[in-house]
Design a protein around this ligand. Structure first.
Ligand code: HPA
Length: 272
């Protein structure tokens, strides 16, 4: 067994001993969306620093806790905050928590993030269903010896976000009266936000831009999990060009849209 898989399994064992049998549904809560975990009933929380090999995020707005509890009466697990590539660690480090959770039994992964709007029709505070993505990070978490016990060397990526789950999300949004935009998410490493020239380029290919989610999607698809992705549009990069993007704005809007996000995810989980 590879050293990486041994490390992943060591973390998976730690997660199992902390929580017992793990729920099959995981929600990864992005920037400013930490409030979602607080809505779980009968919650049990463990800090990342208590879990072996879990990288702790240094970013404001990322709690760094794993929470198991009930959402719409169903058991789920929430990764409250994530480590990003721009924090200066290897992509195998940022994706290790998710890989461990997948080894520990997670089958459905709901990824969320804060993203900048590239589609002029998207307003600040909108939620966007990720229909597809572009990896613009010049890094792939599957580079290196393949983990044959997890998935194939060359995984198909023609449908990285599960079509049935997308339908569930659309119906859930309708039921909750939430406008759900749809589009392509493009991920860069950050941490600098986009220049105007980069925005002009990126808007030709995608509807929203962020600094996460794509590596997580790749390891989840590799492991055979079903993935859903939701972006919160925390700022528009195209509606006005005289507005500066700040991390404070990103996390504040995340928090404000958090209620909508929680209502949507609750309805999705209810329908699963
Ligand atoms: N660019 C990149 N990542 C982001 C942005 C943005 O404008 N907003 C939130 N995450």
């Amino acid at each position: 067994m590879s050293a990486l898989l041994e490390k992943i399994d060591e973390t998976a064992a730690g997660i199992k001993s902390a929580f017992g049998t793990l729920p099959e549904i995981l929600v990864v809560a992005g920037s400013g969306l930490g409030g979602f975990a607080a809505t779980l009933a009968n919650a049990k929380t463990v800090s990342y620093d208590k879990l072996k090999n879990f990288p702790v995020s240094t970013v404001v707005g990322h709690a760094g806790t794993l929470v198991v509890g009930e959402c719409a009466g169903k058991p789920i697990i929430v990764m409250n905050g994530r480590k990003h590539l721009y924090e200066g660690v290897d992509i195998n480090v940022t994706t290790l928590p998710l890989r461990a959770l997948l080894r520990a039994g997670v089958k459905i992964v709901i990824l969320s993030n804060a993203a900048g709007g590239l589609n002029v029709k998207f307003d600040v505070g909108d939620l966007m269903l990720i229909t597809d993505h572009i990896n613009n990070m010049a890094k792939n978490p599957l580079i290196g010896a393949n983990l044959n016990e997890v998935g194939p060397r060359f995984p198909d990526m023609s449908q990285p976000y599960d079509r049935k789950l997308m339908d569930v999300a659309r119906k859930a949004a309708l039921k909750q009266g939430i406008t759900l935009r749809e589009g392509v998410y493009i991920a860069g490493t950050g941490p600098s936000y986009e220049t105007q020239a980069e925005v002009q380029m990126l808007r030709m290919f995608a509807d929203a831009v962020g600094m996460s989610t794509v590596p997580e999607n790749i390891v989840a698809v590799h492991a055979g999990a079903r993935v859903l992705g939701i972006s919160v549009i925390t700022n528009s990069l195209v509606q006005r060009t005289d507005v500066k993007t700040t991390h404070e704005e990103v996390t504040e809007v995340g928090k404000i849209s958090g209620k909508k996000f929680t209502a949507l995810v609750e309805e999705i989980v209810r329908s699963l």
